[in-house]
Design a protein around this ligand. Structure first.
Ligand SMILES: Nc1nc2c(c(=O)[nH]1)N[C@H]1C(S)=C(S)[C@@H](COP(=O)(O)O)O[C@H]1N2
Ligand SMILES: [Mo]
Length: 413
């Protein structure tokens, strides 16, 4: 008796699962929400990956073995200047909002995960393996994403390969699943009466909530996550409503430098002796050789202002800040690239850490709003925002806006 898969005390028996909520309608509603939502997550995820310019230089590339998975990569544009801010805000906020829907969807089909025999035929075996990749891959993507946003580099650097390769495994199973199930799901929504279906419990208990009530509960959970996350896309008092997306290294404080900080100068190991006026020099190399500029010399070059946000891969962003500094293309011109600004490789004073250096593409260098900033919002950059000088580029992910810049190498990377 104990080994009988039909013993209702065992999860392999349909009789073990007694919630009267389970059925094709409930599963189909959640499935269609996920179909739309996850498609948006996948597209914004791929775009975010492209925004890092991984093909430009090995220093930008966290996944050098991607092979054909990088087939779609393109030169990330600099317009509109809020492009990455919007893309990543949608990716992270939507991902967090969908968590209750994902959990409810898994709950609704859980009896199927226990079905015996595990495979009746080769086709059935393949279907089950694809379901395993679907469920495992989906949970993996949500968990790695949330950990990166919440705990910040629990897996330093390796978040990118994990989340990237995980996304491709997951999406392959997801596409197969969506092609197979979407027609049925749409039919299930139009049907008034539940058909006989393996999701419907053969011996249901009394309902404690209606199906619609349960959907409201899931939706309410999503709404709660949304309103406690979405504030990270804004500045001011709204920022403080982002209880679930608190990330940011230091307390930004108030005043002109009072916007979100990722890594503080102390965290990055920046020594005030190295950034002092007498010691710090910007080393710029290009076609005509190498020049060294003090901060006072930089400040005597033509200075320009641009209003640009910081937008981090973690989903938080700042409103536009007023940056003032030297145009990147003017720096290129100082070392022999008068009319044809090339790519540039930027290194900071920081000695350790994944984001201490980055490469920028020629289109980013050429944009007149791209600066080596010395000031923000009318004041000197604070140590935490990159004093003595930092990069700021329109539409780029935060990670390309290198702080505490020490060296810039224009030309072949
Ligand atoms: N040298 C250096 N520059 C850096 C980083 C870093 O860790 N080291 N972090 C980057 C990341 S991931 C972001 S989001 C922005 C954040 O800039 P902020 O702290 O001024 O808001 O700085 C970028 N510049
Ligand atoms: Mo970032």
């Amino acid at each position: 008796m104990r080994d009988d898969p039909h013993d209702p005390r065992l999860p392999t028996s349909p009789g073990f699962w007694r919630s009267p909520l389970r059925g094709p309608w409930f599963t189909s509603v959640l499935g269609l929400v996920l179909l739309t939502g996850i498609t948006v997550l996948f597209v914004t995820g791929l775009l975010s990956y492209a925004a890092y310019n991984p093909n430009l230089s090995p220093v930008n590339d966290k996944t050098p073995d991607k092979g054909i998975l990088g087939f779609y990569l393109f030169a990330w544009p600099t317009n509109p200047h809020w492009l990455y801010r919007l893309n990543q805000g949608v990716h992270v906020t939507l991902g967090i909002t969908l968590i209750p829907v994902l959990l409810a969807k898994l709950w609704s089909v859980v009896p199927r995960l226990f079905t015996l025999p595990p495979a009746r035929s080769l086709a059935h075996a393949l279907e089950r393996v694809s379901l395993l990749l679907l469920v495992g891959g989906g949970l993996f993507e949500f968990v790695t994403g949330v950990l990166n946003v919440q705990l910040d580099y629990v897996f330093p650097g390796s978040f990118y390969p994990l989340h990237f390769y995980g996304a491709w495994v997951f999406i392959a199973a997801f596409v197969a699943h969506a092609l197979l199930k979407t027609p049925t799901a749409l039919r299930n929504l139009r049907r008034m009466r539940e058909e006989k279906d393996d999701l419907v419990s053969p011996r249901p208990t009394e309902p404690t909530v209606s199906r619609r009530g349960a959907l409201w509960f899931v939706g309410g959970g999503s709404l709660l996550l949304f309103v406690t996350t979405v504030g990270q896309n804004f500045g001011g008092p709204l920022r403080r409503t982002a209880l679930l997306a608190p990330h940011g290294g230091g307390e930004p404080g108030s005043g002109p430098n009072g916007f979100q900080i990722n890594k503080t100068a102390a965290y990055a190991g920046i020594d005030t002796a190295e950034t002092a006026e007498d010691t710090w020099r910007l080393v710029v190399t290009g076609r005509t050789g190498t020049i060294r500029l003090s901060r006072a010399q930089l400040a005597e070059l033509p200075l320009y202002s641009s209003a640009l946000p910081i937008a981090c891969v973690e989903g938080w962003s700042t409103p536009d800040q007023w940056w003032r500094g030297v145009r990147l293309r003017d720096l290129a011109a100082l070392v022999g690239y008068e009319d044809d600004p090339p790519d540039v490789f930027v290194e900071s004073l920081q000695r350790r850490g994944a984001f201490r250096k980055a490469a920028l593409r020629a289109n980013q260098v050429a944009d007149p709003r791209s600066l080596l900033a010395l000031y923000v919002n009318g004041e000197e950059l604070s140590p935490d925002h990159g004093h003595p000088a930092r990069i700021i580029v329109p539409a780029a992910p935060g990670v390309l806006n290198t702080k505490w810049v020490a060296r810039m190498t224009f030309g072949d990377l």
